[in-house]
Design a protein around this ligand. Structure first.
Ligand code: PLP
Length: 381
């Protein structure tokens, strides 16, 4: 029955840019191992290093500060284990945001089991951290703080730069999971105060299985990995050349279109808000001020409706979207972010639009979401 499908789950994986696919295709043709000694390997090395230079330039880093990984999860794991292992004995407390991604929270559980003290920082109901509250919650033995740049369920743009700068003045290491913000908002590690920053290619138009960790020069760091000399020995293993080349091309392109895309996507979400927020009881989670939210990102909350059922109903109507975490009763809650933020007894719908979403998609979303919500509301009567 459904004509055009609408892809509204760009925050889960964005549609790769054609330029990224072209770069991957070119790199596939260079199959030599970049660490080998012959000329073909030199070609592979040149692709690797030009990709590193392009990425470094895009985020204001030096090429020697960019370490390729298999994605955001590995970058977060590497950042936390590597920085924690180098903390001095009197600074073995790690402070973390309470609504971080699992790839931060799970390593922290393991670090706690290994003897580190972990304390959590509480955001407001809109998912935003208040820098004053963060600083007053920091214990004197805090050696590392990890706080995301943009929240993946409610889209909150965290004051990571302000917090990072002050932490730097205090000599406390700062890691930021910037997986949702790199390529969508200006990232400048010189300004951010972060010693460590994680990013993932498939969130900004690259392909899956590539990411990077920025490590500021001079940051005390002991990698948990052992192997060859790749990535200065910090992340050994033969490099994913097509993924890395695609990531560099994607970030370069994303930077070029970033400003116009931000404007276009904010307008798209405003148009969608006008439709969705007129539904009975519908609310928007996360910051209400659009400037404090990721462009193209909206998380709606519907009381009395199950988020997973809503996603299924939308799937049948031709929409790919994600549920928020708060389902009625909470059992189906995956990460509990919305429960942590105080949402109960309803379901959330995360709409995240990327470069491939046009006016027609927004119009169809404005028709199909109210239809799906209406069907579920009728069923629960
Ligand atoms: N951090 C955040 C905030 C994310 O949204 C995600 C992916 O959903 C990740 C980390 C993990 O990234 P990857 O899928 O590249 O491992």
């Amino acid at each position: 029955m459904t004509e055009k499908r609408v892809y509204a789950d760009s925050a889960a994986s964005a549609h790769p840019f054609p330029a990224a696919i072209d770069a991957a295709r070119e790199a596939f043709a260079v199959y030599a191992n970049p660490s080998a000694a012959y000329e073909n390997a030199g070609r592979a090395r040149r692709i690797l290093e030009s990709s590193r230079a392009l990425i470094a330039e895009a985020v204001g880093a030096g090429p020697d500060e960019i370490f390729f990984t298999s994605g955001g999860t590995e970058a977060n794991n590497l950042a936390l284990y590597g920085a924690a292992a180098a903390l001095p004995p009197e600074k073995r407390c790690i402070a973390a945001g309470r609504i971080e991604h699992a790839s931060v929270l799970k390593p922290l559980e393991k670090l706690r089991a290994a003897g580190f003290r972990i304390v959590f920082l509480d955001p407001g109901r809109d998912g935003l951290y208040d820098p004053e509250r963060v600083f007053s919650a920091l214990p004197p033995d805090a050696g590392l703080v990890t706080l995301m740049s943009a929240q993946n369920e409610v889209g909150a743009l965290e004051p990571a730069e302000v917090i990072g700068e002050r932490l730097r003045e205090k000599g406390i290491l700062f890691h930021t999971d910037a997986v949702q913000s790199v390529g969508h908002l200006k990232t400048d590690v010189k300004k951010s105060g972060a010693s460590l920053l994680s990013a993932s290619a498939h969130k900004f138009g690259g392909i899956k299985g590539a990411g990077f960790l920025y490590i500021r020069r001079g940051t005390p760091f002991l990698s948990p990995f052992g192997g060859g000399k790749q990535e200065n020995g910090l992340r050994p293993g033969t490099e994913n050349l097509p993924g890395i080349a695609a990531m560099a091309a994607a970030l370069d392109h994303a930077e070029k279109i970033r400003k116009s895309e931000e404007k276009r996507l904010r307008e798209a979400v405003r148009a969608l808000d006008r439709r969705i927020l007129s539904l009975p009881g519908a609310a928007k989670t996360g910051p209400q001020d659009e400037k404090k939210r990721l462009p193209g990102f909206a998380s709606y909350y519907f009381p009395g409706i199950d988020g997973a059922a809503l996603v299924q109903a939308l799937d049948l109507l031709g929409v790919d979207a994600a549920a928020g975490a708060a389902c009625s009763g909470g059992e189906k809650s995956e990460s509990g972010v919305l429960r942590t933020l105080g949402y109960r007894g309803g379901g959330a719908l995360r709409i995240s639009l990327g470069w491939d979403a046009g006016e027609e998609d927004v119009r169809l979303l404005g028709e199909r979401i109210p239809r799906a919500v209406g069907l579920l509301a009728k069923e629960s009567e």
